[in-house]
Design a binder for this molecule. Structure first.
Ligand code: NAP
Length: 341
């Protein structure tokens, strides 16, 4: 098996001064890949040189992945302290009572006694079942309310106090929601994990987070061609086929996926690409250790932004909402369109 020297993988410095790998591996099988496919990939990825893994209870594979973390540590492939393991609190476990319960289950599944990072997966408690269809809605779904969110966040802070979680963060947070949250935090979020790729660069959110010392983790950094069908629309950009990316890929004699990753690491957000194919996840890691993009290639990608959100999250809409855009606060304030309760 080809390996990458771990010390060659670029690092990114967090607000607390700690350095972690500037690229991770995603572990969401997109309702398509079975837990075993993903956990086999995670084990091999550790052998290859990955140290940062982006997981979540909602991905339904933490116990399989826990088995391979334990095996890798047992076999001295890696030491626990050299892994950066992230998981996320699922939407049905928000609130005063359930956060510790959820984390305890995740730690048990992952066979760990602490997590490196725990994120609130979505900023509202709107549950959907694995494999949900495009029109599936949970009747209790509702928009974001800061008081409700802070009840959950205070429990997240408690997990840090208890030594169960080293860092906490958020995911899918917009600037208006962060502006309400940040002044109320005892422990500020260290991360915001959001969709970013060359067709959806999210400069406003990225720069706001940078100014707030919040490191951005980029999900779907390759444009998530295998995302669940419920999130697809005919007008969506096929990121791997963007002409600018294809041209730069030809310049470097690599697949456009690898250009997305070089761009991410050079820009300063952490991409967490997913693949269960060894040749892909090997080259994903290798790509950021060699042959960087030029400044002018970085500018070409910047100019190619299409502001095209691919992960629309329609299944989280509340009764009365008009469409998926209501989730994302596009008018610069928290959007509760149609909410009457
Ligand atoms: N926080 C959140 O709400 C959230 C939401 C979505 C995702 N995520 C995280 O982000 C991770 C990645 O997102 P994602 O899986 O949606 O999308 P992605 O990483 O943008 O795309 C994954 C797909 O890209 C293809 N691919 C990977 N490496 C490649 C390469 N070197 N060459 C060509 N194709 C390649 C694979 O296709 P094949 O399968 O055909 O090989 C794979 O299924 C997830 O696993 C998860 O950890 C988080």
């Amino acid at each position: 098996m080809k390996k990458i020297e771990v010390k060659k993988v670029p690092k990114i410095t967090l607000a607390n001064g700690e350095s972690i790998p500037a690229i991770g591996m995603g572990t969401f099988g997109n309702d398509k890949y079975a837990p075993k496919d993903v956990s086999n990939a995670v084990y091999n990825a550790i052998e290859i040189g990955y140290r940062f893994f982006d997981g979540a209870a909602a991905y339904g594979n933490e116990s399989d992945i826990g088995n391979v973390y334990a095996k890798a540590i047992r076999n001295s492939v890696v030491k626990r302290e050299d892994l950066y393991i992230l998981s996320k609190l699922w939407n049905n476990m928000h609130g005063k009572q359930d956060v510790l319960v959820a984390l305890t289950k995740t730690l048990k599944d992952l066979q760990l006694d602490y997590l490196d990072s725990y994120l609130v997966h979505w900023p509202f408690p709107n549950y959907h079942a694995p494999g949900a269809g495009v029109d599936d809605r949970h009747p209790n779904s509702r928009p974001f309310f800061i008081e409700e969110f802070m009840e959950t966040w205070e429990q997240m802070e408690r997990l840090v106090d208890m030594g169960l979680v080293r860092h906490i963060g958020v995911s899918n947070m917009t600037v208006p929601k962060l502006k309400e949250m940040i002044p109320l935090c005892r422990i500020k979020p260290l991360f915001n994990e959001i969709e970013i790729h060359p067709a959806f660069q999210q400069w406003d959110t990225f720069e706001y987070c940078q100014n707030q010392d919040i490191t951005v983790i980029a999900y779907s950094p390759l444009g998530s061609a295998e995302r669940p069908k419920r999130d697809m629309e005919s007008t969506d950009t096929a990121v791997m086929e963007m002409p600018e990316l294809m041209q730069i890929a030809r310049n470097h004699h690599v697949h456009p996926a690898l250009i997305c990753l070089k761009w991410a690491v050079q820009r300063g957000h952490i991409p967490v690409p997913f693949s269960v194919r060894q040749e892909e996840y090997f080259s994903n890691l290798a790509s950021v250790t060699e042959d960087p993009l030029t400044e002018s290639e970085m500018e070409i990608i910047k100019a190619a932004d299409k502001n095209d959100r691919l992960i629309k999250a329609k299944v989280f809409l509340w009764p009365g909402a008009e469409n998926w855009k209501n989730i994302w606060d596009l008018n610069g304030e928290i959007d509760r369109t149609g909410w009457t309760k």
